[in-house]
Design a protein around this ligand. Structure first.
Ligand code: URA
Length: 434
């Protein structure tokens, strides 16, 4: 086959046959299809979309590009969660150990940051030594022993997603329901989970902001899950405003550590607990998501989530001593306080601009050769809805370079609005689709 003809067919809005999809994806892995051709193909898919049939074949081909882990020997239910991507979206680091402490196995394959949104792997990489580049044998050994494994895509597990994902990150080809579905589902089907909770982010900071598109995406994720005999729930959550108060790779790990040690960050806890509650419910441990949420809160309160987090860092070679040394966490060399210019209420905290600011600071990539600065990011001192006075600090920006801070400040100016009139409370949980 000829890759140019396949790109042309998609550019002309034609449906692709299974063999054409297989040829193109496998060709990209074996070098017959070049990066620039894959970029053109992805852009054509973004413009013209894919039918359900094409989406199924794309998912299946990406899944079969690597191995599928067999965890049938594990006696516990096996449940995972995956987010479609947001800003400050760090729940995996709390809910995975939390759920694993409930006699539920959590096999989790995640990705790096995508566009302006953060990724679990970049966050885990900010923990010195943490190894998520696991062979299938190591992956199984860790979940058998620890009830939780946190892995990346590797040359054995979802290699097609690993390569295509990195390209989508820097070619503005993220926001398509079929590409997102195939990317997420190829990982979720390879990892060995039998149930999955999807956190579908809705709003400016999401990879697909529009509510109707998010409903379409939820439908695609649930339908592919069903075709592969997986139980699944999609929970649509707000992403117009970042989740929690810290943005950036290490900062987000830090905020999760704080929450697992009792910090009260209401929006982060609410979203975390409903997702964890849904996982506990899908595992058959409760008869409703609400009772699952209560268990989730208790597992944070009694320290089980944090203990399992520490055990996971240790078994995956991360530096547990650094995690436990709260007083000496490192900060980048440069910082800048962004202050209120007037009295009033914070009525806008736009997640997209805040995500773009964090990329400028060094927390995300603009080209795939870019190296992430794990310490770069933003700490919010005030949150959406807060009453503030002129000169109050709204947020602090951190980076290794003053130029990066100046670029980031431009986005923060766009992101924040202060007004004399208070806004209604944010609705965090938008829909639950079973
Ligand atoms: N998460 C993924 O794994 N893939 C996407 O395309 C978006 C979010």
């Amino acid at each position: 086959m000829n890759p140019v003809e396949i790109i042309k067919a998609k550019k002309n809005n034609k449906s692709l046959r299974k063999e054409e999809i297989q040829y193109f994806i496998n060709g990209y892995l074996n070098g017959e299809v070049a990066d620039y051709q894959m970029s053109a193909f992805l852009m054509a898919v973004c413009f013209n979309g894919m039918s359900d049939e094409e989406t199924f074949y794309l998912t299946e081909t990406m899944l079969k590009s690597g191995r599928t882990v067999d965890l049938s020997h594990i006696k516990f239910p096996k449940v995972d969660k995956h987010s479609t991507g947001g800003v400050g979206d760090k729940t995996s680091l709390i809910l995975a150990p939390l759920v694993a402490s409930c006699e539920i196995a959590v096999p989790m394959i995640s990705g790096r940051g995508l566009g302006h949104t953060g990724g679990t792997l970049d966050k885990l990489e900010s923990i010195r030594g943490f190894n998520f580049n696991l062979s299938v044998e190591e992956y199984i050994r860790i979940i058998d022993k620890n009830n939780l494994v946190m892995s990346g895509q590797t040359d054995e597990l979802c290699p097609a997603d690993k390569k295509i994902y990195a390209l989508r990150d820097v070619t503005s080809t993220i926001d398509n329901t079929s590409l997102i579905t195939a990317s997420i589902m190829s990982k979720k089907l390879a990892e060995g989970a039998d149930s999955i909770v999807f956190d579908v982010k809705v709003g400016t900071g999401a990879n697909l902001g529009d509510y109707d598109k998010c409903m379409e995406l939820s439908g695609k994720l649930l339908s592919i899950a069903k075709k592969f005999n997986k139980k699944a729930i999609a929970i649509l959550t707000d992403m117009n405003i970042p989740l929690g108060k810290k943005i950036g790779n290490w900062f987000e790990v830090e905020e999760c550590i704080e929450v697992m040690n009792g910090a009260d960050i209401p929006d982060l806890l609410k979203v975390n607990n409903i997702l964890a509650g849904a996982m506990i419910y899908l595992a058959g441990k409760t008869d409703s998501i609400e009772s699952g949420e209560n268990i989730a809160m208790e597992k944070i309160r009694n320290g089980s989530a944090y203990n399992k987090f520490l055990e996971t860092v240790e078994i995956q070679n991360g530096d547990v001593n650094y995690i436990m040394d709260f007083l000496h966490y490192k900060r980048p060399e440069y910082t800048y306080s962004f202050n209120a210019t007037q009295d009033g209420f914070i009525t806008k905290m736009d997640a997209l601009n805040i995500g773009l600011a964090s990329v400028e600071l060094g927390a995300g990539r603009k080209r795939y050769t870019d190296v992430i600065d794990p310490l770069a990011g933003i700490i919010f001192k005030k949150v959406f809805g807060d009453r503030i006075m002129k000169d109050d600090i709204i947020c602090e920006l951190y980076s290794s370079s003053p130029q990066k801070i100046s670029e980031a400040v431009k986005y923060i100016r766009e992101a924040i609005e202060i007004s004399p009139i208070e806004m209604p409370k944010r609705k965090l949980i938008i829909d639950i689709i079973k």
